[in-house]
Ligand binder design. Structure first.
Ligand SMILES: [Zn+2]
Length: 200
């Protein structure tokens, strides 16, 4: 990875420091101010690249049309947030939690949402390409009218997730648990549902 992100200043901690602090979210001197400081930091621009806001909680924040490149949001929590029409490229949201968030009309490429938790989230009409949702848990998530080319949902748990009228070419659903998942009008025959067995 790049070398521009500093390590947390707390002795012995190897986490990446937050972009507005010398510390990581775990070692912030005033943790009760973390959301406010992070939201002020994001409010300064609509173009964010190479920033780290891992482990921060965002509530009711409007990031519509913002552009994120090579950013780290691992373990962050987003509640009632809008990321509509945003562009997310090469970003990390591993083990993040999203509740009642809107991503409609988004462009997401080469990004990682491994182990993330999505509840009542809307991605309708988005381009979500080459992105990794492995091990995610989705409850009432709407991906309808989206292009999901080459994205991956391996070992994810999908409950009442909608993929209506999507491009699912090369999308991997290997080892997924699916309850009431809707693939209507999508080319699910071009998606991958079973691991390829090597002949011995
Ligand atoms: Zn730390």
């Amino acid at each position: 990875m790049d070398t521009s992100k500093a390590e947390c200043a707390f002795s012995g901690c190897e986490n990446t420091a937050l972009s507005f602090s010398r510390f990581c979210a775990q070692h912030l001197p005033e943790p009760q101010k973390q959301s406010e400081l992070a939201q002020d930091f994001l409010a300064g621009s609509e173009d964010h690249s190479d920033i780290c806001l891992a482990g921060i909680t965002f509530s009711g924040i409007n990031l519509e049309g913002h552009r994120f490149t090579d950013c780290i949001f691992d373990g962050a929590v987003f509640v009632d947030c809008s990321l509509e029409k945003s562009m997310i490229q090469g970003c990390f949201f591993s083990n993040a939690r999203f509740e009642n968030c809107r991503f409609s009309g988004c462009e997401i490429r080469y990004s990682v949402f491994c182990g993330a938790d999505f509840r009542e989230c809307d991605f309708q009409g988005s381009d979500i390409l080459h992105s990794n949702f492995n091990g995610m848990h989705g409850f009432r998530v709407n991906f309808s009218d989206s292009d999901l080319y080459y994205s991956s949902f391996v070992t994810s748990h999908l409950e009442e997730v909608r993929f209506i009228d999507c491009n699912l070419k090369k999308v991997s659903y290997v080892n997924t648990r699916r309850d009431k998942v809707n693939f209507k009008y999508s080319n699910y025959e071009e998606a991958v549902f079973a691991a390829v067995q090597n002949e011995t």
